[in-house]
Ligand binder design. Structure first.
Ligand code: NAD
Ligand code: G6P
Ligand code: MN
Length: 456
């Protein structure tokens, strides 16, 4: 009621509420993008207080100091702090943005290297590596959300810590009645933005229809939001001729350009829909294994690239004591997307976002308790998923297989069950064989000692 009144006040141009936000994983390579975006979007989403929280004080400190300098220059009334104390972090928060990486980038490297060294896809969120990361994230995310709820029972928790599919399933089970936890991925929107580059239009003028699981989905239509024309045929034709590039191609590493390039291959084999870029791993696992370097994976590329750039930018700004011309340096579509999600809730906008929600009929021929990714209208009472009806057998087969694997890995977490983990690994298309599953699972158990529940 109070929030509704505040919203109405805003509409009449009277005082606008400003919000308290905590970022969990303050030391993330994405935090600088958030800090800059909070400045850029301060009219749309006004902040009163921003707290960065991390378990690694040393990693977070330069980001916090960078924030102090940035806000002193451009947003002096904002109350910024950074901490490793959960009470300080969570008390009084309206929104908690979660971007932790359980085990950090060095463990991501192991998730990618170990399966690849055995001839299987090694990837951050897909296949054996994704399930390894999933078990670590179940442990750390469930603890963190309990901590948040202790100090901020009503805060909106916007989670995009990965692997979002497995995290979403774990949070669904751990907090069944909690209506203020949302799981979000930026990749569907990234694909829509890339379509806008290809069509030469504004991405917000595109109105997509999408179904799938996180990192495993398809666009069935991309409508022109004004005329209602379905632009998918035109997109299909253009991709067949010219290939596909990310919206921010100029700032991407080669591996991302290769990933977007695979969309052309996928659409020539399966022309029905426009795929999420992650579908490449499930559709061409052998090809991808042959083209990935087991000694230098994406994690290595991130540590040598983005991570270094972020922390050297911090070091320079701290040394100079000013931001200089760095304000526009980094594109932050990611942060802007997450802030728009918070804005939709704060101002009850009922705007459309692609979110991870409990199915309950959104995909008619999939089980109700699957965590699926679909277009939702989002407002103060949470997401309202838009139905896509029955999906064709091919897509259904792929997704039922994957959702089973995801559910079994969460079973393994709760039951401390080796057998369930072995089932999850065996079922996963990127492992697909029980002997291979046992071998990679055993190696990952060894690598994740102390970070996984002990599987018996
Ligand atoms: P990163 O390792 O640079 O940052 C993660 C931070 O989390 C680190 O500072 C680390 O110390 C901290 N952390 C780890 N465990 C924590 C815990 N239990 N509590 C609080 N903080 C903790 O990683 P990154 O590359 O910046 O990515 C951050 C996260 O965002 C990852 O989970 C990544 O997969 C995710 N991400 C998700 C999407 C999406 O589409 N959902 C998009 C981009 C990034
Ligand atoms: C996309 C996905 C995220 C994933 C990220 C990896 O944004 O939606 O879920 O974490 O890519 O990107 P990176 O540059 O770290 O490989
Ligand atoms: Mn994602």
């Amino acid at each position: 009621q109070q929030k509704r009144r505040r919203y109405l006040k805003r509409e009449k141009g009277v005082a606008m509420k400003s919000y308290n936000v905590c970022i969990v994983g303050g030391g993330s390579t994405y935090t600088l993008g958030f800090l800059k975006s909070f400045v850029r979007l301060r009219e749309e989403f006004p902040l009163k207080k921003l707290v960065l929280f991390d378990i690694d004080a040393e990693r977070q400190e330069p980001i916090g100091k960078y924030g102090e300098i940035l806000f002193r220059e451009r947003f002096p009334e904002l109350d910024l702090s950074y901490t490793t104390d959960i009470k300080e972090a969570y008390e009084g928060m309206d929104f908690v943005f979660m971007q932790m990486r359980a085990g950090g980038l060095p463990m991501r490297a192991k998730d990618e290297h170990i399966p690849l060294s055995m001839g299987m896809i090694g990837q951050e969120t897909c296949g054996a590596g994704g399930m390894a990361y999933g078990l670590r994230s179940c442990v750390d995310m469930i603890k963190a959300v309990h901590d948040i709820r202790n100090y901020a029972p009503d805060a909106w928790i916007l989670n995009y810590s990965n692997p979002a599919a497995i995290v979403a399933e774990a949070l669904r089970r751990e907090f069944p009645d909690d209506k203020r936890i949302l799981n979000i991925c930026d990749q569907p929107e990234n694909v829509v933005r890339s379509c806008s580059r290809l069509l030469g239009c504004n991405w917000e003028d595109l109105d997509p229809v999408y179904f799938g699981l996180n990192h495993y989905g398809w666009f069935t239509h991309i409508y022109d939001a004004h005329t209602g024309e379905d632009l998918l045929p035109k997109i299909r034709e253009t991709i067949a001729k010219n290939g596909f590039l990310p919206q921010d191609a100029e700032q991407r590493d080669q591996s991302w350009l290769d990933t977007y390039g695979m969309v052309q291959t996928i659409m020539s084999d399966f022309p029905d829909y426009l795929p999420n870029t992650y579908d490449q791993y499930y559709l061409y696992p052998d090809y991808k294994v042959q083209h990935l370097n087991p000694n230098f994976t994406r994690a290595d590329e991130v540590m040598a690239g983005r991570e270094k750039r972020v922390f050297s930018e911090c070091a320079e700004v701290i040394k100079e004591g000013k931001l200089g011309d760095r304000f526009h340096a980094i594109s932050d579509a990611h942060a802007e997307m997450m802030i728009k999600v918070a804005e939709a809730i704060a101002y009850n906008k009922n705007s459309r976002h692609i979110l991870i929600v409990e199915n309950n009929g959104a995909i008619a021929n999939m089980q109700d308790d699957a965590m699926v990714e679909v277009v939702c209208e989002l407002g103060i009472n949470g997401p309202r998923p838009m139905r896509v009806g029955n999906i064709p057998q091919f897509y259904l087969g792929l997704l039922v297989n994957q959702v089973s694997s995801e559910k079994l890995i969460v079973d393994a977490y709760y039951e401390h069950s080796y057998e369930k983990a072995l089932q999850a690994f065996t079922l996963n298309r990127l492992v697909g064989d029980a002997k291979k599953a046992r071998k990679v699972l055993d190696a990952l158990i060894e690598a994740n000692k102390g970070m996984w529940p002990e599987l018996k």
